[in-house]
Write a protein that binds this ligand. Structure first.
Ligand SMILES: [Mg+2]
Length: 256
């Protein structure tokens, strides 16, 4: 069957993060959170009644709680929501000034700053651009990115930074949709945004369970782009006849 659409995962499929570890992610988040205080000062919210360290602790606690809940329920709790809830609780305790004037764009901006140091770490794999360039020559194949990420802006900014954004007919994140892969709904939503209707004419290419098992459950064809290193708590892939590739450039061999 001919392929009319390809949905790519972002992290460790199109982009890599060198020597990833929980500590490195946390370091990026810490720098981002501390930098976001500048915007809170500019917005007259920050009054110095809470220390940077306590703010960091409160934020991290909320993020951990939502991270655990998100893994269980497949719900995404965007970083902008965490800012809103943490600031609401700080306001109640009088640790910050009134926050009523903060709008959705400001919360998005805070999330963007929070993830800005993480964004610097994500780089496209060497063959990402040339593969997308080749795929863009197929007029009847639509392309999408589908990422489990709590900041939609970070994924978009990263694609734009490397001149890759324009290759895609749709960029979807769990932050925007509200549910995370492997929830089938997020795959169907992506298909719709690509302007396609038939699940089985679409292929999902990703590096983990959420992509491959999720895509399979959504009725799509799947390809596993194998990562060089294992993550902790990696889940078994129970998809029959799974196609495995080492680099997304090999996807070109599997289009018919
Ligand atoms: Mg991935």
């Amino acid at each position: 069957m001919s392929i009319k659409g390809i949905i790519f995962d972002y992290g460790f499929t199109l982009f890599h993060f060198d020597n990833p570890s929980v500590e490195r992610y946390y370091e990026c988040f810490k720098k981002g959170l501390l930098k976001s205080i500048e915007l809170l000062k500019e917005k007259q919210v920050w009054n110095g009644k809470i220390s940077d360290e306590s703010f960091l602790q409160k934020f991290s606690k909320k993020r951990e709680q939502y991270w655990r809940e998100g893994r269980k329920t497949k719900t995404e709790f965007p970083t902008s929501l965490i800012y809103r809830e943490v600031l609401e609780s700080l306001q109640e305790e009088n640790f910050v000034n009134k926050i009523d004037h903060l709008d959705a764009d400001t919360y998005e901006k805070l999330a963007e700053i929070y993830h800005s140091f993480e964004q610097e770490e994500w780089k496209p794999f060497p063959k990402t651009k040339e593969t997308l360039e080749k795929l863009s020559k197929y007029e009847d194949i639509k392309l999408a990115v589908l990422s489990n990420h709590p900041s939609h802006k970070m994924v978009e900014n990263s694609l734009k930074e490397y001149g890759l954004f324009t290759y895609f007919d749709a960029v979807v994140t769990s932050a925007e949709f509200g549910k995370r892969k492997p929830d089938p709904g997020i795959f169907h939503y992506t298909l719709e945004k690509m302007g396609l209707t038939e699940n089985n004419e679409c292929m999902v290419c990703g590096d983990e369970y959420a992509d491959v098992v999720g895509g399979d459950r959504a009725g799509m064809q799947t390809i596993l782009c194998e990562r060089k290193y294992k993550f902790p708590f990696e889940r078994e892939l129970d998809v029959p006849d799974l196609i495995r590739i080492d680099n997304i450039s090999e996807i070109l061999e599997h289009l018919d």
